[in-house]
Design a protein around this ligand. Structure first.
Ligand code: ZN
Length: 243
């Protein structure tokens, strides 16, 4: 379902201006509905790798091996349903020193219609992650990067920091060759970038081998360019977890 087709059942108005306005809430860098940080404010060559929609096996475990081999810490925005499916993988994310972020319970587009404020989506994922991994995430990335004002209000009310980013490769969903994704992401990277990749697909899993295969070459290339790696909380100067 596209954002445009979803807007109508919500009764949000179908004027050109109204539609454009609500579509703006899906643009990674749009700040029109409130702060939606997509990069860190730094001139230093530091970058945050982020991985959405996991855990999704065997890809997340392979990815964790790649990151461990290279000594890189990343941020994983995981889906509550998937955490229930692969709890030991979520525990390993935290044990390996990565940061675990909340990416909703079901990652369903229609959840924005059933519950547009998204409070239960946020809370259910939070409860599962806390019970599985022993940490309460302080970072939230909304599915589809939807940052309607009422979503941002809910995330704030739940005392979470909302996080956007820059897509590592615009065609990642089609899984082009890993070398293409690595080259594209390296060319996109700027000081303070928060790069978005996917080790899963929504809450359904699916093949992500090429995304994972792109990560090692990307890390090597960025290091050659003088980049170091940070987690999103470090880059934004905010806590990773609730006290
Ligand atoms: Zn997602």
């Amino acid at each position: 379902m596209t954002p445009a087709s979803a807007a109508r059942p919500l009764g949000l108005g179908i004027s050109a201006l109204g539609t454009a306005s609500y579509l703006a809430a899906f643009l990674p860098r749009s700040q029109v509905f409130g702060a939606f940080p997509y990069r860190g404010a730094t001139a230093e060559r530091v970058v945050a790798l982020t991985f959405d929609d996991g855990p999704n096996e065997p890809h997340t475990s392979t990815l964790l091996d790649v990151l461990a081999d290279r000594g890189v810490r990343a941020t994983f925005f995981q889906v509550g349903r998937c955490v229930e499916r692969f709890p030991s993988v979520t525990r390993r994310v935290v044990e390996d020193g990565h940061v675990l972020g909340n990416h909703s319970f079901s990652h369903s587009f229609t959840s924005y219609l059933r519950e547009p404020r998204q409070q239960r989506e946020v809370q259910r994922a939070q409860e599962i992650m806390t019970s599985v991994a022993g940490v309460a995430p302080a970072l939230y990335r909304p599915p589809w990067l939807c940052h309607w004002p009422w979503v941002l209000q809910t995330v704030r009310a739940e005392r979470l920091q909302v996080v956007s980013g820059t897509f590592g490769h615009p065609l990642e969903v089609f899984q082009p060759p890993a070398s293409m994704m690595a080259a594209g992401a390296a060319a996109t990277t700027r000081p303070g970038s928060i790069l978005i990749f996917h080790d899963g697909r929504e809450a359904r899993g699916g093949p992500r081998g090429r995304s994972v295969a792109a990560v090692g070459p990307l890390v090597d290339r960025l290091r050659d360019d003088g980049y170091t790696f940070a987690t999103v909380d470090e880059l934004l100067g905010v806590p990773a977890y609730a006290a």
